[in-house]
Design a protein around this ligand. Structure first.
Ligand code: KIV
Ligand code: ZN
Length: 497
């Protein structure tokens, strides 16, 4: 079997998504889960982009043992110097540098020529080589780059020392056979192509990221760049779990990875919870309905023989149908165990705090499932915010005007206000705005139930604009008006310091 290397970019391309930003502690938690999952490379960030990203690359490098830690740069010396510095503690390290190679990028982004871009590409690789042996080069917008020119660039950067060459379909434009032919063209026409590994990096703008990645692998690419749950810029990147399970189901492709597929479900939930990014119910492999059979004919078939309608065993991706459902009677140990299965390891005071929240929720809700547990873990981790909700009382109904009174604690001091509004959320936010006297506009507001049942926890995502900047807020509560106010306060806390 041929070995395929898995390069995970959840913490770089995935984390670029607005509202999905993680702090360093959360990134370390994801990186450790990626290590347990068995990825070969973790792209940990873009160090020159911010001090936070720099620090995350440093800390992930210290925390992780086996996978190679990779840092992204533009094809610019300063970026490469900073990336090398951020990687200094990594046991295995890689610099990922590159430049746009399509005519769009060359003319409109760089106002340059093909020859000049080629020179810059070679110079970037040579500069990175001064720091690390393992240098990956990306030809940005390779999907729309002319294959003959692309082959020239790939050949030149391999000659300059690149160990991996990334062929990104940056805009998600390619058709699967077109992308497959592109990789084949490079395999057939680049001198020295076997001195490096070709890598796929596909975006999902037309829903073809996974198909394109598989086409690239069939043509000879031996690294795939992927993210958990397929998160990433715009419509996202190729999802790791889809590639891992395609290769597991289609042994005839003769390609193997080191992915421990039973870790997939736990890390999918963890990433979704930490990034406040729900997984769509019908998402392949990890969606809530991925293994649910609703029609009678299917249910009957599965009961007679699971393989009648299931091509994968849910336990292969870590979905344990008999998983314990927690209730108000469950103890700390059961909660700790469940969190562990989901990849969140907590001890001592942190566990006590999460358990306290767990008991409060269990009083309101009969069964506590994995999503609830992860939400609680997220809440237990958030450090104290400057503005906190003290109380909220709302009266609303049909034929009466909604009225809300709210109490906030701001830096330890208590404030109260009341207001009426066009519905309970409007009334509560108007009351809140009487206390927080800033100009801010609610731009987007989504409410989602996580599971089912009228006692379910509602998750609220909000975008609040203040002074031309958009802030993202998140709240979760069995009371959706309270969840909305929590989300609003969460967004405000980011600019009221
Ligand atoms: O999509 C893309 O082209 C990228 C590169 C920076 C690798 O993410
Ligand atoms: Zn990308």
């Amino acid at each position: 079997m041929d070995r395929l290397f898995i390069f995970d970019t959840t913490l770089r391309d995935g984390e670029q998504v607005p509202g999905c930003q993680l702090n360093t502690i959360e990134k370390i938690q994801v990186a450790k889960a990626l290590e347990r999952l068995g990825v070969d490379v973790i792209e940990a960030g873009f160090p020159i982009s911010s001090p936070g990203d720099f620090n995350s690359v440093v800390e992930i490098s210290k925390a992780v043992t086996w996978p190679t830690i990779c840092a992204l740069t533009r094809g610019v010396q300063k970026d490469i110097d900073v990336a090398a510095e951020a990687l200094k503690y990594a046991k295995n390290k890689r610099i990922h540098t590159g430049i746009g190679t399509s005519d769009f990028h060359i003319k409109h982004k760089f106002n340059s020529t093909q020859d000049e871009i080629l020179e810059r590409a070679v110079a970037a690789v040579k500069h990175a080589k001064k720091y690390v042996e393992d240098v990956e080069f990306y030809c940005e917008d390779a999907g729309r780059t002319d294959n003959v020119y692309l082959a020239r660039v790939v050949e030149a950067v391999i000659k300059a020392g690149a160990t991996v060459v990334n062929i990104p379909d940056t805009t998600g434009y390619c058709l699967p056979w077109e992308y497959g032919e592109k990789i084949k063209f490079l395999m057939d026409n680049v001198n020295g192509v076997h001195n490096a590994i070709l890598s796929t990096h596909c975006h999902n703008d037309l829903g073809m990221a996974t198909a394109n990645t598989i086409a690239g692998v069939q043509s000879g690419a031996r690294q795939v760049e992927v993210t958990i749950n397929g998160i990433g810029e715009r419509a996202g990147n190729t999802s790791l779990e889809e590639i891992a399970m395609i290769l597991k189901c289609h042994k005839s492709m003769n390609i193997e990875t080191q992915i421990n597929t039973q870790e997939i479900y736990g890390i999918s939930r963890m990433v979704s919870g930490l990034m406040n990014m729900p997984v769509q119910a019908n998402k392949a492999i990890v969606g809530r309905n991925a293994f649910a059979h609703s029609s009678g004919i299917h249910q009957d078939g599965v009961l007679k023989n699971r393989e009648s309608y299931e091509i994968m065993d849910p336990t292969d991706v870590g979905i344990d149908k008999s998983s314990i459902v927690l209730t108000a009677r469950s103890g700390r140990a059961a909660l700790k165990h469940r969190l562990g299965v989901l990849g969140v390891n907590v001890e001592g005071e942190q566990l006590d705090k999460i358990y306290e929240e767990f008991l409060k929720l269990a009083d309101k809700k009969k069964d506590i499932n994995d999503d609830d547990v992860l939400l609680l873990a997220g809440k237990g981790r958030t450090e104290k915010q400057r503005i906190q909700l003290d109380f909220l009382q709302v009266t609303s109904g049909v034929g009466i005007q909604a009225v809300a009174s709210i109490g906030l604690i701001i830096a330890g001091e208590k404030f109260e206000a009341a207001a009426s509004g066009n519905g309970p959320v409007d009334a509560a936010i108007k009351a809140l705005k009487k206390i927080i006297n800033r100009i801010m506009t609610l731009q987007e507001f989504t409410i989602q139930a996580i599971n089912k049942g009228s006692d379910d926890v509602g998750k609220v995502h909000m975008q609040v604009e203040h002074d031309g900047i958009v802030y993202y807020g998140f709240g979760a509560n069995t009371d959706i008006v309270a969840a909305s106010v929590e989300a609003y306060i969460n967004a405000i806390n980011q600019f009221v310091k």
